[in-house]
Design a protein around this ligand. Structure first.
Ligand code: NDP
Length: 322
């Protein structure tokens, strides 16, 4: 089968098209014939070596498809089932072997592509808005990179929960998308100082929560726009990692909370995984959550997909089709 393998970490050129055997399932695994694989920023961190995986490895942590084979101990899925998953490595390929307990059924009314597009970023937006800082009607959230993959979904969920959403984006085109997703205010943080503008928009009060996936270039100022006892949710570092940080700043800036969450810790048990996936896929089936899947590449063009994502050229979701 064709797959995109990383032999040595590096730039986009580290993503190599290889021909390797179709994986055989271990006792607890199912093999999925992949219909669509999601491209996520975490794939960039792994490719660069910022996050580590044993070499060589097939990149990609999100896909949808059909079960083609199961291990002897697997009872929860069978060949022919339509499934999707997020987490296990190896999705940039024609087939992937995945622990069966990580697979979720795709409901009727949700396409393979939408399922692949929704798993990682959709469940992330869901835990951020519903669990990390459970947004309530009337609260205000600042969402950075509001037209990105997670961003557009988080804006919609926050809006649907009744929150006032302030989004940041780099271009007018992205600003339009963020507004359509439900952002009440949009700041072009490449042109306008988002700290001063957020303070102005909140009448000096500050926001209840900052959802920050940009990291290095936004974190410090984000702390300055929180209300007393507000929460900084740092969930990524698209511009680079946030350097070590003196906790006394939290007291000086108003007894703030900071958390650095990751999806894996919000889908620990199968029960939690199924509940979260069903909630997200259910919102899609009901038309309450709109996906933007406009960046579709052939599997062989994974390098281009990474260049576009890193180059801030994309909005919404990127998919690879084997
Ligand atoms: P996005 O589609 O959001 O792409 C990244 C966006 O970040 C860009 O489009 C850009 O938007 C913005 N950005 C700002 N500065 C930079 C920069 N210097 N270089 C590149 N991009 C920049 O990606 P994803 O939705 O896949 O992921 C968003 C973030 O969320 C990532 O950091 C990812 O690691 C994190 N994440 C974390 C998870 C968790 O559980 N902790 C799970 C899923 C994702 P603009 O042009 O508008 O500035």
């Amino acid at each position: 089968m064709k797959a995109i393998q990383i032999q040595q970490p590096g730039g986009a050129e580290a993503l190599q098209v290889v021909d390797i055997p179709v994986p055989k399932p271990k006792l607890n695994e199912a093999v999925v014939k992949i219909a669509a694989a999601g491209v996520n920023f975490i794939d960039v961190y792994l490719r660069e070596g910022r996050y580590k995986a044993p070499l060589p490895f097939v990149n990609g942590q999100e896909a949808s498809g059909v079960v083609s084979e199961i291990g002897a101990d697997v009872k929860i899925v069978k060949p022919g089932d339509r499934v999707a998953y997020a987490g296990p490595l190896g999705a940039y390929a024609e087939y992937a072997a995945v622990p069966a307990e990580r697979l979720v059924p795709i409901p009727n009314g949700v396409s393979d592509r939408d399922a692949a597009a929704a798993m990682l970023q959709g469940m992330t937006a869901h835990y951020l808005a519903y669990d990390t800082f459970p947004l309530k009607s009337g609260q205000t959230a600042l969402v950075h990179a509001a037209a990105g993959g997670v961003g557009l979904l988080l804006v919609q969920m926050a809006h649907n929960l009744g929150a006032r959403v302030i989004g940041t984006v780099s271009t007018e085109e992205k600003a339009k998308l963020a507004r359509e997703a439900g952002a009440d205010e949009v700041i072009l943080y490449t042109k306008t100082d988002f700290e001063a503008e957020t303070k102005r928009l909140t009448g000096g009060r500050g926001v209840d929560v900052v959802y920050d996936s940009v990291g290095k270039t936004t974190f410090d100022k984000g702390l300055n726009v929180l209300r007393p006892r507000g929460m900084m949710v740092l969930y990524g570092g698209s511009s680079g990692a946030v350097p070590p940080f003196d906790l006394i700043q939290l007291s000086a800036k108003g007894s703030l909370f900071v958390t650095r969450p990751k999806l894996g810790d919000y889908i620990i048990t199968r029960e939690e995984l199924l509940a979260r996936a069903e909630a997200v896929l259910g919102m899609i089936a009901a038309g309450k959550l709109k996906l933007r899947v406009e960046h579709i590449y052939n599997l062989e063009d994974a390098q281009q997909a990474h260049r576009d994502l890193e180059g801030r050229k994309t909005t919404g979701k990127l998919l690879l089709i084997p």
